[in-house]
Design a protein around this ligand. Sequence first.
Ligand code: FES
Ligand code: FES
Length: 152
Amino acid sequence: MITFTLNNQTQSYSGDPQMPLLWYLRDAAGLTGTKYGCGMALCGACTVHIDGDATRSCRLPMAAVADKRITTIEGLDEKNAHPVQIAWAENDVPQCGYCQSGQMMQAAALLSANPSPTDEEIEQSMSGNICRCGTYPRIKKAIKAAAGSEKA
Ligand code: FES
Ligand code: FES
């Protein structure tokens, strides 16, 4: 039995320990905000936080989440009012939206570790999150808007 915390709720899982966490999130927990993009840890669409660190859930086996604290986009803020979410809305960042929960989870982890990142630090941290709609300039603008916020 694998136990872990998902968005502040204790969960247990007794299935295949090699099943990717993303499958559990979407199919078992019904948390469909986290997206499947490449399935190869190359695009960032499936990014969640594991003990606060941005992590690709598509390649992370359930065995690796034992006793971990997992946060998805649904649990980032109970009122969907994390500074990153507010900045995303105010800057009209999404286009199709598919990549955006992963982008926000990556950005939230960046700002938690580094509340005032430089342009280079933003680019480096976000470089693994692909947006086929090319919203990169708005993503960067929103991260800067959220930077320095008390809750970031
Ligand atoms: S779906 Fe996980 S990185 Fe692309
Ligand atoms: S908003 Fe469409 S892929 Fe990023």
